[in-house]
Design a protein around this ligand. Structure first.
Ligand SMILES: N[C@@H](CCC(=O)N[C@@H](CS)C(=O)NCC(=O)O)C(=O)O
Length: 225
């Protein structure tokens, strides 16, 4: 059975969890926070998520894990059959990661600590998001799914990317970023209201107290160095 390592407050973790649930693949969850040797043993960069597959091999990096899961468990597919359409799905995922998730993530420590990020940093983040928005506008269909008629890995991926974009936009940038992409908010609502979306959100909310205790301990440890 697959073991999913990490914690339910992580949006990347939830990409993999949603994928496993959607594809009806049995798995167990192993709660590990960042900064532990246990995590380094399964994730060379010490990042969440990681999985240990049925054959004992461990993998990290969410897009790599997504591809591995798809190739190993093709019965309920999350990528189209045609190579061109598969690439289009991956293009949406990559652009969302590079120009939506990663710039927003630069402000996440300020969200957790409840402090205001420096203006220069906010400006840098705004500039990248401002290029990501028209790119996603060009690529996303919402007809009804993000890449078109079929529900794909891009729907799962972008939904959890948006979790970070949303919280950073509202608390640090005073910017409703998703409202800039017509159709995105309605599609987000559908994703949130799905059975799996609701289960993952409930698990995330339940995990928050333990996670915040861990984050505060990390902040204190950094400050006392
Ligand atoms: N590129 C990685 C990013 C994963 C990531 O940044 N995970 C966060 C948790 S949401 C993490 O482990 N942060 C700790 C760190 O960056 O050291 C992936 O796609 O899986």
């Amino acid at each position: 059975m697959i073991t999913l390592h990490g914690f339910a407050a992580s949006n990347y973790y939830n990409i993999i969890k949603h994928t496993l649930l959607y594809k009806e693949i049995p798995f167990q969850e192993n709660l590990i926070f960042t900064g532990s040797d246990e995590l380094l043993a399964v994730s060379p960069m010490g990042k969440v998520p990681a999985i240990t597959a049925a054959d004992g091999i461990s993998l990290s990096e969410s897009s790599v894990i997504c591809d591995f899961i798809e190739e190993t468990y093709p019965a309920i597919p999350l990528y189209p059959e045609s190579a061109t359409e598969r690439a289009a799905v991956r293009q949406i995922m990559k652009i969302a990661e590079l120009y939506f998730e990663l710039p927003s993530r630069r402000l996440i420590s300020y969200v957790f600590s409840g402090t205001d990020a420096p203006d220069a940093l906010k400006q840098e983040v705004r500039q990248v998001l401002a290029r990501g928005i028209p790119a996603l506008n060009r690529l996303c269909h919402f007809s009804p799914w993000i890449a078109g008629k079929e529900f794909t890995m891009a729907d799962i991926y972008v939904h959890y990317v948006n979790a970070i974009v949303n919280v950073v936009g509202s608390t640090q940038l005073d910017w409703d970023v998703l409202a800039e992409i017509p159709g995105m908010k309605e599609w987000s609502k559908t994703m949130r209201q799905s059975d799996i979306g609701q289960k993952i959100e409930a698990d995330r909310v339940a995990s928050m107290p333990k996670f915040m205790t861990h984050v505060k301990a990390q902040i204190q440890a950094t400050q006392s160095k």
